[in-house]
Write a protein that binds this ligand. Structure first.
Ligand code: 4NP
Length: 150
């Protein structure tokens, strides 16, 4: 059976689509399933933000085919690991958990690495440089996750 990993941010158009694309590129798709979702529904059905698509493309990844969806309580049943980008996402997701087992599935993405930061900052209201920084942080964390899962 595949290990299932869900990446979660607020909008599911900037950070978690990058996390989905990056982790997918590092794991064996026969063993690991990766998806992403947002805690808010503002952009449901939309492709990732063009700045995320651009930084992914610069790093050799095509995330343009992804479509935004909203996190649901059913995701606790489907996924083994739920990685959130910041503490606000953590609060929103754990609020929907109904058992301790479900709570235990939720982790801050950057807890996977020791870089002195706990949150992937929301780059939505900034420029392209914010997306570059976010890409590097997510890449390091996904490398650590892939090592554990592969
Ligand atoms: P994300 O960024 O959570 O990394 O996808 C955001 C995208 C959209 C909004 C906020 C954050 N928004 O307010 O529409």
């Amino acid at each position: 059976m595949k290990t299932k990993v869900l990446m979660v941010c607020l909008g599911n158009i900037c950070r978690s689509p990058l996390a989905e694309g990056i982790l997918k590129s590092k794991v064996d798709s026969n063993k690991v399933f990766v998806d992403s979702a947002g805690t808010a529904g503002y952009h449901v059905g939309n492709p990732p933000d063009h700045r995320s698509v651009a930084v992914a493309q610069k790093n050799g990844l095509d995330i343009s085919g992804q479509r935004c969806r909203k996190f649901s309580q059913l995701d606790f049943l489907e996924f083994d690991h739920i990685y959130v980008m910041d503490k606000s996402n953590f609060a929103n997701v754990t609020h929907l958990a109904s058992t301790q087992d479900q709570m235990n599935k939720v982790k801050l993405l950057l807890e996977e690495i020791d870089m002195g930061l706990t949150e992937v900052p929301d780059p939505y209201y900034g420029g392209q440089d914010g997306f570059e920084k976010v890409y590097q942080m997510i890449d390091l964390a996904c490398e650590a996750i892939a090592k554990k899962l592969n």
